[in-house]
Design a protein. Structure first.
Ligand SMILES: Nc1ncnc2c1ncn2[C@@H]1O[C@H](COP(=O)(O)OP(=O)(O)OP(=O)(O)O)[C@@H](O)[C@H]1O
Ligand SMILES: [Mg+2]
Length: 407
């Protein structure tokens, strides 16, 4: 740090709100005694991984639960402790954490695992490109055979994988004599019906235990947040700030990710306002910002047609008392909006498909049910996010601005 008279006064070195803002990062792993209400789940993960510390094959696991229920945290935390314990037992257990949302293809996952586990002793390299998928597998087998006694592979957000081939090949690697090193796989997903999506071949080869993480209640969220209070300077948090954050984050389902995001944003908003305390008002402002950020993340990268359909739902919602609409109604308004901004409208069938995709991504919710006596069945769609937030976020896309502004 430069000495006092050497500093550019444009910048500041003192943070009036935070001592250690990084404690409120989602990737931060709290100390074991700060992990709340997950003893049972930790025990089960430990039981599955326990054989690894003796050099034997762990039990594979699939972990499910809604967003922010501690799945990634617990898989990471337990794996780290298992590695340390194995070391005390002179066993080399290596683990790798793959975010399948980032690595969605088979080749990308294999490459990532291989380069994370590789050590000079393997005698092979893992180039970024230029070799085939089967070459990557060959090198991965070699790496597994030479670099560790046991490997634990965490596939986080496993439902984002384009297909489950990598799961099949990894779970058969021993049986097919590619690898003598035991491999344990932990798959993590927030889709409770993920196992139904697995192909039959994987269903039969991928033996595993399954584990469900329940949502937190408001008291548990308070405790989780209290354990991060020292991210803030002493006395900065108003008494009501943590309870209100927990209550807001428990509204939909008890979501620790949301709770931590809201608290961090509340601190940032307070800092931007040059306030010396974080108040309930800051927390409320942070809630809107957090929800908008999340929705933004969900729809930001979506193609224009999908955004236009989401906007259609917002428009219909504004123009009527209802919040649910059948595909036909959506299609009619969608065509009008598309023409208004000179975008070629897609067919009704394609629009139905896009609606299904957005349902899968949790941007909207779709339901197929009867339309009333003798009128057959139809698909009903509704937005899951507040219409103001939807419009606010879509307004960031210049191509749609004209439609949002016409209100
Ligand atoms: N029991 C807990 N005790 C302390 N902190 C927790 C607990 N559960 C979750 N957290 C914190 O909440 C945040 C979200 O948790 P995590 O990322 O593990 O959720 P997740 O279930 O993987 O959610 P998603 O499905 O959205 O990926 C992280 O910062 C994590 O440290
Ligand atoms: Mg996660």
């Amino acid at each position: 740090m430069p000495s006092d008279d050497n500093r550019d006064p444009l910048f500041r070195y003192d943070d009036p709100i935070f001592v250690d803002e990084d404690m409120l990062k989602i990737s931060h792993i709290p100390q074991p005694d700060r992990i709340v209400g997950r003893d049972e789940q930790m025990q089960k993960v430990v039981r599955a991984l326990n054989p690894a510390i003796m050099g034997s094959e762990p039990t594979n696991l699939l972990i499910f639960g809604k967003t922010g229920t501690g799945k990634s945290l617990i898989s990471r935390a337990v794996t780290e402790r298992m590695q340390a314990e194995a070391e005390r037992n002179d066993t080399t257990v290596e683990s790798v954490f793959i975010d399948c949302g980032e690595h969605t293809t088979e080749v990308s996952v294999v490459k990532q695992i291989a380069s994370a586990l590789n050590k000079p002793i393997s005698g092979v390299s893992v180039p970024k490109s230029g070799i085939s998928q089967s070459d990557y597998y060959e090198r991965l087998w070699r790496i597994l055979n030479t670099c560790c006694d046991v490997a634990v592979i965490i596939l986080d957000e496993i439902d984002m994988l384009a297909d489950d081939e990598v799961l099949r090949k990894l779970s058969r690697a021993g049986e097919n004599k590619h690898v003598s090193t035991p491999i344990g796989i932990i798959g993590v997903s927030n889709k409770i019906d993920y196992p139904d999506e697995l192909s039959e071949r994987v269903q039969s080869s991928f033996n595993r235990d399954e584990l469900v993480f329940p949502a937190y209640d408001a008291d548990q969220l308070i405790e989780i947040l209290e354990h991060r209070r020292d991210a803030f300077k002493e006395g900065v948090l108003d008494d009501g700030a943590i309870p209100l954050t927990a209550a807001l984050a428990a509204q939909d389902h008890g979501d620790a990710r949301k709770a931590i995001d809201i608290l961090r944003n509340a601190g940032r908003i307070a800092r931007d306002e040059e306030s010396t305390t974080v108040t309930e008002e800051h927390v409320r402002a942070a809630q809107s910002k957090t929800e908008a950020d999340r929705f933004d993340e969900l729809v930001n990268g979506a193609p224009l047609q999908a955004k236009l359909i989401i906007l259609t739902l917002a428009r219909l919602h504004r123009e009527s008392e209802q919040n649910e609409f059948v595909t036909e109604t959506i299609y009619k308004t969608y065509r009008q909006l598309a023409e208004q901004i000179d975008v070629e409208p897609r067919s009704e069938r394609r629009v139905q498909e896009i609606l299904q995709e957005q349902d899968f991504l949790n941007v909207i919710q779709s339901d197929r049910r009867g339309r009333g006596r003798g009128k057959g069945v139809a698909s009903y769609h509704r937005l899951l996010e507040d219409v103001n937030i939807v419009e606010h976020v879509l307004n960031r896309d210049g191509r749609l601005r004209e439609l949002v502004d016409t209100e």
